[in-house]
Design a binder for this molecule. Structure first.
Ligand code: IVH
Length: 667
């Protein structure tokens, strides 16, 4: 019985923690399934052992629970996101592609503030809201109508009776966030990290009374089926939205060319902090909506719009210490331990310093003041040292000579900036290898997260990758651990068993071969289709692949040469781990393989996007504009300047009929 009580307490405490990570930090450390699993276990235990049930249990707090109970909906039209621009070059590049695709010298744009909240689609039918849905994965979102109805800016009724869909951003103002956090401070509740997380967390409350208290706001920025209302320009769509009663951000501006866009960006980079809500960039959209289909789409983004992202904010803090960590390849990374500071909504206490040269180039010492920022808005990094604040307490940096875990002497290979621990039995390396193998992008073993791998290693139930598949034999040892019941062990064993069916690229990435990331693992898997075939590949076979460079090829060869690695792979095979690639196939023997191809005009049998996908599945690179590098122009009806250019440059031209027969021959 004591055990049951402990398990219940453990589950409650874990679920509280996960809720906090999800709603407050917007940074969950477990998957939805894992959360559900623990919640179900808790509900079942509270049901079976009434003496331990408690009305204050997290399981009773529907409003606070991570909701899996919102109904899902397939968006009528995909909810796309936007490509990013980080500097003027990116913007000029975007402009050039837009101009080329519609054969214009300059294009009119609408610039808007990029509100930092969450995207919402609202569908109206017969003059009332039909539903409001989150973006989800772009294809399927969650219906959150009840919470949308709590937002004053979104009208419940409109005069327009025809069906239409609008999209916009739901956000929390800076003032509301501050007010809520002040109240939370008084009650001792955890603070909401930033406006965006606060808005996202509020919308996903099952209890709309909670959402209502959060005072969310909305700006609409996209009238999805505007063309059905005879609207031809995005700026007119914004006016129409305003007229229908929606809130449209007043700061948008029509810009007549890309230079005016850049001026707008400069202006709002200055004004940004004075706005009452957070913005994280500027959205630039082509104004003439009739050109959207010609300009086209990538799989996830329109090519007629782009998001300019503001450079990350830099914040000053002090380096308290520099410590060294060990990665799975034995690579040693110096890390700065910082005086905690808030950067763009989260508290940063640590930043990577990459390697010895990086620290020396920065001229960084312990106790120095440094500027830090979040690279790509996520990983904290040190930008520069504030030398004017350096004093006599600073201590010069010295690269460690030994591994902080096993004490063996570190080596720095020729031509590499990193130091390595080369002791194959270094505990930390072994743990990191197991963690990597089980991680989401690799074998995705639910329930075998970082902490658990480390704990299992330390008590001796895990020793290496192969030992994961023997965990079943260690059930009794696991049961003795705090927080482990029959059910969680069974689930863990189940997910280990499931991982055996993964497609090759997950296994390949999981092996942790230096230089082989998720993308290369996929390319190699598509190429070789089976792990043993890849193991037989020669250096020349590997470098012949476009995305495989010399360094990666050498690393792959040396990995598979190792007796120890080959042995491990044999054992995995013996244990029934799948070695085959199960994803979509790429035809490398195709006529189109390796060719750079431009598509122009319209086709009877395909849309341009379909055609692009077909050609990409034949290993072709499809680009936008004809140049000397183009191998082939595929020409439909009404082709314009691209055909003339291809003829001038002597690029081979293929028409639909020939294209069809080639594709049919190959299938
Ligand atoms: S347009 C196809 N306009 O930014 C149209 N998006 O990175 C796609 N966002 O998911 C969106 N302000 O959540 C657009 N004025 C604005 C925006 C905006 C914020 C968000 C939106 C979108 C994300 C794209």
């Amino acid at each position: 019985m004591e055990n049951i009580k402990e398990r219940i307490d453990y589950l409650r405490q874990k679920l509280e923690q996960y809720n906090y990570e999800y709603y407050v930090l917007d940074n969950p450390s477990v998957s939805d399934q894992e959360y559900d699993r623990l919640m179900q276990e808790l509900v079942a235990l509270e049901h079976d052992y009434k003496e331990y049930d408690d009305i204050s249990s997290i399981s009773k707090r529907v409003g606070g629970a991570v909701s899996k109970e919102f109904e899902k909906i397939k968006h009528k039209r995909l909810m796309l996101s936007l490509g990013n621009a980080f500097n003027e070059d990116d913007l000029y590049d975007f402009n050039r592609k837009v101009c080329e695709s519609i054969a214009k010298d300059k294009v009119e744009y609408v610039c808007e503030l990029k509100i930092d909240g969450l995207a919402m689609a609202v569908q109206y039918q017969n003059g009332v809201i039909d539903y409001g849905a989150t973006r989800g994965d772009g294809e399927v979102g969650e219906i959150v109508t009840n919470n949308v109805l709590t937002i004053q800016d979104i009208p419940l009724k409109v005069d327009e009776m025809k069906e239409f869909e609008v999209r916009g951003e739901v956000f929390m103002s800076k003032a509301v966030l501050e007010k809520i956090n002040n109240e939370r401070k008084l009650t001792g509740e955890p603070l909401l990290a930033n406006c965006r997380n606060a808005a996202a967390g509020s919308i996903r409350q099952l209890d709309s009374k909670i959402a209502a208290k959060r005072h969310l706001e909305n700006f609409m920025y996209y009238f999805v089926n505007a063309s059905e209302f005879g609207i031809k320009k995005h700026s007119d769509a914004l006016l129409a939205l305003k007229k229908m009663g929606f809130n449209v951000n007043p700061h948008y501006r029509i810009c007549h060319d890309i230079e005016e866009v850049i001026d707008y960006i400069k202006e709002y980079t200055q004004l940004r902090d004075d706005l009452p809500y957070d913005i994280d960039g500027i959205v630039i959209k082509v104004n003439d909506m009739e050109t959207y289909n010609t300009i086209g789409y990538t799989q996830k983004t329109p090519k007629w719009a782009i998001a300019y992202k503001f450079p990350p904010k830099e914040v000053l803090t002090r380096v308290k210490d520099i410590i060294f960590t060990v990665g799975r390849t034995g690579r040693i990374t110096p890390n700065a331990l910082l005086e905690p500071v808030r950067v763009q909504g989260s508290v940063i206490q640590r930043a990577t310093l990459h390697n010895e040269d990086f620290v020396k180039d920065l001229d960084l010492r312990i106790n120095d003041y440094v500027y830090i920022r979040k690279a790509g808005d996520v990983i904290p990094e040190v930008v520069k040292v504030e030398l004017s604040r350096r004093d006599e307490t600073t201590i010069p940096f010295e690269m460690s000579k030994t591994c902080p875990i096993c004490g063996s002497t570190l080596i720095r290979k020729d031509g590499e900036s990193a130091h390595y621990c080369v002791n194959p039995n270094c505990d930390k390396r072994n743990i990191e290898k197991i963690i990597h193998f089980a991680s989401r992008n690799a074998m995705n073993i639910e329930g075998l997260g970082d902490k658990i791998c480390e704990e299992f290693y330390n008590i001796g139930v895990l020793s290496d990758i192969v030992s994961i598949y023997y965990l079943e034999d260690k059930k009794e040892d696991l049961k003795r651990l705090e927080g482990y019941g029959e059910k969680s062990i069974t689930n863990l064993i189940g997910s280990i068993e499931n991982s055996k069916q993964n497609s090759l690229e997950k296994l390949l990435f999981g092996l942790g071969i230096k230089e082989v990331g998720t993308k290369s693992a996929k390319i190699l898997s598509q190429r070789f289709l089976n792990l043993e075939k890849l193991m037989e590949a020669s250096y020349d076979d590997l470098v012949a692949i476009k995305d495989v460079g010399e360094v990666m090829a050498k690393s792959i060869i040396s990995y598979f040469k190792s007796e120890e690695n080959r042995n491990m792979i044999l054992q995995l095979k013996f244990l029934g781990v799948n070695f085959d690639y199960k994803g979509e196939r790429i035809d490398y023997n195709s006529f189109f393989s390796g060719k750079t191809i431009v598509i122009t005009g319209s086709f009877k049998d395909f849309s341009r996007d379909q055609l692009t996908l077909i050609l990409e599945s034949k290993n072709a690179k499809v680009t936008n504009s004809v140049s000397k590098k183009t191998d082939l122009l595929i020409c439909g009806e009404d082709s314009g300047s691209k055909l003339t250019k291809a003829q001038t440059l002597g690029v081979k031209i293929m028409y639909e009929e020939e294209l069809l027969s080639k594709i049919n021959d190959e299938n």
